[in-house]
Design a protein around this ligand. Sequence first.
Ligand code: PGA
Length: 257
Amino acid sequence: MSNKNRRTVIAGNWKMNKTPAEAVALIKDIRAEIDGKDTSGCEVVACVPFVDLAVVLDACKGSAIKVGAENVHWEKNGAYTGEISADMLKEIGVEYVIIGHSERRQYFGETDETVNLRVKAALAAGLKVILCVGELLAQREQGITAEVVALQTKVALQGVSADELKNVIIAYEPVWAIGTGRTATSEQADEVCGVIRAVVAGLYSDAAAEALTIQYGGSMNAKNAAELLAMPNVDGGLIGGASLKAPDFAVIINAAQ
Ligand code: PGA
């Protein structure tokens, strides 16, 4: 499973950063770096806070940048104060949504089951999903990384058809590497991305697993991106901190060409 006949996707995860005005300024800076350059080697996505989506969609018109949200609720509508539905995102032109980020799991009570509900709702609405999985440091130290990631992947994909899977990207994000400056080695990243691919092969088929884009995320930056992206099972990156600096994000996009 090492031919890279897959879509490479470089996605920024802005988290809770940038007001709408700041968001437009950052998109302008990213465009100044990449507009007119050949970025055909990868898909570029900016996942931004809900209130930034409309202005970012506008600011990305005519560029290679696609736009994503950072979460979505699973119900179609109703009495869920403060939540945003997949149809709402779809209607304004959002293409991607991050689901199951470890910060949502850690701070907002996200479980594998609610991740699964969100994945199904997003796919049903025609959104593309960036599904995040990854182990805690204690789990890595206990030697149960593969089991943890396999379980997260299996539960998240319950009830997702092979056809729907084409709209799913999985992001392997070891929790101990997120925002810590401590990146997984390229071998560690590749190994766990390979585990995820094998799990998907078991759930669907070898062909489905072979076609699946699997990103690495966790302190990916301008310096380490090329090495990580060269690994056979790593098909892109989900980038937090470095996606907030246009020149760094551009270096990562370049590394994916
Ligand atoms: P980081 O975040 O690149 O700042 O480590 C990655 C992520 O949380 O998606």
